[in-house]
Design a binder for this molecule. Sequence first.
Ligand code: C2E
Ligand code: CA
Ligand code: CA
Ligand code: CA
Length: 276
Amino acid sequence: AKSQGRNNYQLYDIRMNLLAKEQLQMEEALRKALVRDEFVLHYQPRQHVASGQITAVEALIRWQHPKLGLLYPSEFISMAEETGLIVEIGEWVLRTACLQNKAWQKMGINPKRVSVNISSIQFQRDDFYQTVLKVIEETGLEPFWLELELTESMVMRNATMTIAKLNQLRELGVKISLDDFGTGFSSLSYLKLFPIDIIKIDSSFIQDVSADSKDAAITKTIIALSRRLKLSVVAEGVETYEQLSFLRSRKCNEIQGFIISKPLAEEEITLFLQAR
Ligand code: C2E
Ligand code: CA
Ligand code: CA
Ligand code: CA
């Protein structure tokens, strides 16, 4: 029994070593990707329902891996969070998105907001505000054209600290949206406490909005509530005309999804925006 215990222990040890090794390798790979400039941003447009105007584009990261090809966030963001590299990657995303928006303005494209997904690890840091300020100053983008996408669960945790941080950012002029709304476990009455501008209804509610009466009821309620709180409301993952007509009839402000466009690489989105 004693030797078996030792064997188990050794096996466990080997496994832990492998895990640690993989983690180190991944960290190394992500770090190299940053240095070698292998990350790219794709951009997905967001449309105002009533006017048909493009109001914003969301920056979505991809990793152009030299061997594995184009990798999506689900394949590397959690690793970036575990290794802490998300802080540097996130700052790169912020800077690149601001520079791109500035470049579009210089090209004479009708100004739009650019929205950037923020990881809880970035947001939690004491220097988050300083980082945003620095990027805005360095890129020269007016803060009004930048939107930060935070998730419900990030915001609800540590409410006092969060409210102070959000107020600081909003004083700067940056817009704040609550992403994946409806998937967290926040109390709706909490919403009025948080200084936010936009609510993005999670695509899981939109998917069956025309067929499933429960999802339709939830979506209607979120839209009505947003209206009451004077927040703009965006539906995510809109793919069909049935979904769009439901959202239009309920007076959802904006939509994002394949019905308008999938996320596009830099050149494609630039052409898309120039054509509008
Ligand atoms: P998200 O913020 O909810 O982004 C929306 C996701 O839905 C994107 O996936 C987008 O490609 C996809 N999508 C958009 N429209 C449709 C549609 O009509 N139908 C369907 N089926 N899907 C649609 P993507 O680009 O793979 O990003 C996944 C998630 O990764 C994002 O979810 C976001 O949470 C995270 N992410 C992306 N970029 C960044 C980043 O720069 N930093 C951080 N921290 N997270 C990021
Ligand atoms: Ca998002
Ligand atoms: Ca989302
Ligand atoms: Ca998401």
